[in-house]
Ligand binder design. Structure first.
Ligand code: SDX
Length: 435
């Protein structure tokens, strides 16, 4: 009989600690073993026990979540089980925001209540305007948004009552309602334009566009561009445990109010390796300048001088399904606005990269940020505003994940361990004896 024939298969991991010859059977649940199950493995009674070491959590599940499913190998993305392709083509951003936060698509009555509740909360306190006016004329809008959302926690002290479901709902509505207002105000501030206040006769997207672009009266809406923006916000709405969402979860686990927790997410999203990549893509395309310069630029990337912004993903090891859908949105937008000359460089860059073994071997494909910036630019948004649009889109995902974390009985304050690499104990040296 072969070994395999004698083997008893089970959902356990057999571990032999070769330091002690001790053997352990660890249960395997949902494709994971619990890190705490390694703590029992000690070499003696004084031993703290084994920990797992996973810098940047590349192979560590931090939670159980029912919100978003991603299959990186097959390029699948689903919100609460619904394929992103179906949601992007057929729903509104507020429907998707409701789906992510409540768990089901809203009925017509539920959607009306949700929409009306959000419409009711679009204004911000006039003191917030003073706060925004304190920023320099050339302040980065993400820095303004980060500060303004954090500041909102001081206007709503009731938001600290996070154990109260009705209060959590009110704060989620406030954040959904006010993020477009704050974003539009940041846009107007850096241009020295007067703030345009919410017009609650308009829908969510129309109101945001009007607050942003209106010059003396209602902004003439372009339905094609507004539908394109709606789809882009839907595509950005959630993405499981990405950097900014795990920041919201981690900060929220201290039981701080949701405005403060979300401001941590905005800070994480600001980074060029995360949400800031859409801005970095346009800067990269500007640096490349012409299709003829692409081969030499690619060579510099392969030498490790810089990264191909908008390429690669921690989870997707095939094409990001959102990038495919965004390319289709680009066609509609450019048909309306005229072709963005940088699109040709982007398309050629993608073509070359997808044939080059450096990128193919590392499974580097265009991600959600590669084409989105080109569309935002064609819509009239400046490069440094693209990540603000990402933040508006990601707000429902942050809020859904924040509340799921609070309601998860397994969760508590987030506090990772470390491997200490510093000095062993050493005697203090008085100032007079140093150096
Ligand atoms: C978003 O997590 C999410 O879900 C994020 C997001 C969301 O919706 O929330 O999808 C949004 O943030 C998309 C990603 C946007 N960022 C960029 O486009 C910036 C450029 N891309 C990368 O820096 C990178 O690909 C990451 C940050 C996205 C992912 O990095 P990983 O998974 O940590 O990969 P890695 O850094 O370990 O790289 C693996 C290898 C390395 O080469 P070697 O050391 O093995 O030789 O691939 C190389 C990297 O140098 N590599 C790249 C590259 N990305 C990775 N080389 C050139 N260009 C790149 N873009």
């Amino acid at each position: 009989m072969s070994n395999k024939d004698q083997f008893v298969f089970s959902d356990t991991l057999s571990v032999t600690d070769n330091r002690t010859a001790q053997q352990y059977q660890l249960p395997i649940t949902d494709g994971t073993v619990r890190a705490m199950d390694f703590r029992q493995m000690k070499v003696d009674v004084d031993d703290f026990g084994l920990m797992t070491y996973d810098p940047a959590f590349t192979n560590t599940a931090c939670c159980r979540s029912a919100i978003t499913f991603i299959d990186g190998e097959r390029g699948i993305l689903r919100y609460r089980g619904y394929p992103i392709e179906q949601l992007a083509e057929t729903t509104s951003f507020l429907e998707v925001a409701y789906l992510l936060q409540v768990g089901e698509l809203p009925t017509p009555d539920q959607l009306k209540v949700w929409t009306d509740d959000i419409r009711y909360h679009t204004y911000v306190h006039t003191k917030v305007l003073k706060f925004l006016e304190g920023f320099l004329y050339d302040a980065h809008p993400m820095g303004m948004l980060l500060g303004a959302v954090g500041a909102l926690s001081t206007f709503y002290p009731d938001a600290k009552d996070i154990q109260n479901p009705a209060n959590r709902y009110l704060q989620r509505v406030r954040l959904m309602a006010k993020i477009p207002t704050l974003a539009a105000f940041a846009f107007r501030h850096v241009r020295g334009l007067p703030f345009v206040f919410p017009d609650n006769d308009l829908d969510y997207i129309g109101n945001f566009v009007n607050m942003t672009f209106s010059i003396g009266g209602k902004h003439e809406p372009n339905p094609i561009l507004q539908r394109a923006l709606q789809i882009l916000l839907i595509l950005h709405a959630d993405h499981e445990q990405n950097c900014s969402t795990s920041a919201v979860r981690s900060v929220g686990s201290s039981h701080v109010d949701p405005f403060s927790a979300v401001s941590a997410g905005i800070a994480a999203l600001y980074g060029p390796l995360h949400g800031g990549a859409n801005e970095a893509v346009l800067t990269m395309l500007d640096v490349i300048g012409d299709k003829a310069n692409i081969p030499s630029y690619i060579e510099r990337v392969k030498q490790g001088e810089m990264r191909l912004m908008g390429f690669g993903h921690r989870v997707y090891k095939s094409y990001d399904p959102r990038a495919k859908l965004i390319k289709r949105v680009a066609d509609d937008v450019f048909a309306e606005t005229g072709l963005n000359p940088k699109l040709e460089i982007a398309l050629e860059l993608e073509r070359i990269a997808l044939e080059d073994d450096y990128f193919v071997s590392r499974k580097l494909y265009p991600n959600v940020d590669f084409y989105s910036g080109l569309i935002y630019q064609a819509m009239g948004y400046p490069t440094d505003y693209f990540t603000v649009l990402f933040a508006i889109g990601r707000m429902p995902g942050w809020l859904a994940q924040w509340e799921e974390m609070l309601l998860d009985k397994e969760q508590k304050i987030s506090r990772p361990r470390q491997i200490y690499t510093g000095y062993p104990e050493r005697p203090f040296v008085p100032l007079a004896q140093r150096g």
